[in-house]
Design a protein around this ligand. Sequence first.
Ligand code: ATP
Ligand code: MG
Length: 138
Amino acid sequence: EIVTDLTPLAQKKQITLHQECEDIHIIGSDALIYRMLFNLVENAIKYNQPGGSVQITISRSNGKAILRVADTGCGIPDEYRTSIFEPFFRVDKSRSREMGGAGLGLALVREIAALHGGTVQDEPAEGAGTVFTVALPM
Ligand code: ATP
Ligand code: MG
């Protein structure tokens, strides 16, 4: 559903979306889980570059559901890897019209993950791009 809903934005930005999702059942709020993953995928498109891609993976590991969103974008400098989850924090402070955004997307991701007993982290990138991983109890 999220891939369908974000395909127009991805096409506009010339980004391809890929998904590899195991059929996993978790207990929680449909609306909140939608919002959490939507915010991550929207960022992965928004902060990407033309010709780039976004890979969404849902798998299980150690009894947890792992939702992973990897992109080929500009990446997040190491020193901001925790601040980005704070409300209103943006790496580019200019809040340009083009990028829009209040800086609330990742703060919501963190809250929603926590409400479901889970965690989110921004993995140190191997090479260019960004990888966000949400782990939720199953
Ligand atoms: P909003 O989500 O409220 O519309 P936003 O996208 O600016 O606005 P967040 O989603 O909270 O806010 O992201 C915070 C900041 O983290 C962004 O402004 C951007 O600088 C950086 N960021 C988030 N995701 C990525 C990403 N995938 N690649 C590079 N930078 C990112
Ligand atoms: Mg955002």
